[in-house]
Ligand binder design. Structure first.
Ligand SMILES: Nc1ncnc2c1ncn2[C@@H]1O[C@H](COP(=O)(O)OP(=O)(O)OP(=O)(O)O)[C@@H](O)[C@H]1O
Ligand SMILES: [Mg+2]
Length: 396
């Protein structure tokens, strides 16, 4: 799979040297594309039902070689999923090559995809190996596919249908055997209605669609991911060792809608670590607001300060409705004094195990037996919460 895939019309100059030269060029180009990429096989964090479904889809996608199309809002992890499919499939020995369809000027896109021959246009000083050739034996990831103009869509469709490409200015057709994965945050069906995306290309690319849930629909993953990014950042920046997320910050995280999804969460956490002046990272350090639209930074600053005040404000009426929304923080006053007592019945010392049980019981009760919510409030993962509920015999 990894080697030279061969030309259909073999011109006379196709000597062994030429083949070696081309395959070396391919290798260099693909290595160049991969430089500084840190592939995290299985680096996906999450255990919510929504992401568990994505894991299942990834696993099923790797059973065959259908073209996978990943759809999800910005920052939901589309590229990570594409890499997971690449590494979990038999193609992991080949390269993972990314083409960002939004980042390359329209008139250079064809050469980016398929390469060009020397002198094929002004500025083509040397032969260039395109991404499809680089990806031979591996995976080509067509990112932001919704940005591709109609002319290129037609050329891409032809290449996918035929399984071969022609370099710009070249005459030879060259087979490629890369797995094709595409991604978009656009509503492609709507684009088809508006004649901005070819229907035939859609059916070709979307053979195996994988929808990615937005972070706000991933329940307990929010906290898991927050802890993960916090840990990773402090691990790689030991000067921040010992810092931790305050309860207010965790509540602010749970209440925010995260329109920029995991990318937004990651940078909010890292920024908050840098901004915080104490060992406890506060809600204001996160600089997030409840707004679902992008807001000017100046607004964010003031909203974040306001959020901190509200998250740390002590009073929540005890006669709260049965089901709390995630954005309703539980305050200290929700707890009875005896609930938080550190003494046992006789004024002695209470065991840690006992305290743990009381904490779990109390959170579960105050969260109206909502496991996800109780896990967020306790600062533990959902799986751990279930384990503790089973252990303390509290499962319904
Ligand atoms: N499940 C996850 N576990 C850990 N990190 C994740 C997860 N999903 C995404 N990330 C991280 O979030 C960031 C955004 O992910 P990625 O680039 O894959 O998203 P995307 O959907 O391609 O975003 P965009 O639409 O902006 O291109 C990356 O830093 C990625 O490593
Ligand atoms: Mg992306």
């Amino acid at each position: 799979m990894n080697g030279f895939s061969g030309c259909k019309n073999h011109p006379t100059e196709h000597s062994r040297d030429y083949r070696n030269e081309v395959s070396l060029e391919r290798e260099v180009e693909s290595l160049r594309s991969e430089v500084s990429e840190k592939y995290q096989v299985g680096g996906m964090i999450g255990e919510s039902p929504a992401i568990a479904n994505v894991y299942r889809m990834i696993e099923k996608a790797t059973r065959g070689d259908l073209m996978v199309a990943i759809q999800g809002e910005s920052g939901t992890g589309k590229e990570l999923v594409a890499k997971a499919i690449h590494y979990a499939s038999g193609r992991k020995r080949g390269p993972f090559v990314v083409v960002n369809c939004a980042a390359i000027p329209k008139d250079l896109m064809e050469s980016e995809f398929f390469g060009h021959e020397k002198g094929s246009f002004t500025g083509a000083y040397a032969r260039k190996i395109g991404k499809f050739e680089q990806a031979d034996g591996g995976t080509i990831f067509l990112d932001e596919i919704g940005e591709l103009d109609l002319d290129l869509q037609a050329k891409l469709l032809r290449a996918l249908q035929e399984g071969e490409i022609t370099r710009v200015g070249g005459n030879d057709t060259i087979d490629f055997s890369a797995r094709v994965i595409s991604a978009t945050n656009k509503d492609v069906v709507q684009m088809i209605r508006e004649h901005k995306f070819r229907e035939d290309l859609y059916y070709r690319l979307f053979q195996f669609p994988v929808p990615l849930p937005p972070l706000r629909e991933r329940g307990q993953d929010l906290l898991l991911l927050s802890n993960y990014f916090f840990r990773e950042f402090t691990k790689s920046h030991p000067e921040f060792k010992g810092k931790k997320l305050s309860t207010e910050a965790r509540r602010a995280i749970a209440a925010h809608s995260w329109p920029g999804n995991i990318r937004e969460l990651k940078s909010a956490i890292e920024r908050a670590i840098l901004l915080s002046d104490s060992q406890e990272v506060g809600a204001a350090d996160l600089m997030i607001s409840d707004l679902t639209t992008i807001s000017p930074w100046s607004d964010r600053m003031s909203l974040a300060r306001a959020a901190e005040t509200s998250f740390s404000s002590p009073r929540v009426e005890r006669t709260q409705p049965e089901s709390r929304s995630v954005s309703t923080p539980i305050s200290r006053n929700d707890f009875d004094e005896e609930d938080i007592s550190l003494e046992d019945g006789d004024g002695g010392i209470v065991s840690l195990e006992d305290l743990k049980q009381r904490a779990v019981e109390r959170a579960y009760r105050l969260c109206d037996h909502n496991v996800d919510r109780a896990a967020v409030e306790l600062g533990i993962g959902r799986a751990t919460m279930y384990r503790l509920l089973r252990k303390f015999d509290m499962m319904e």
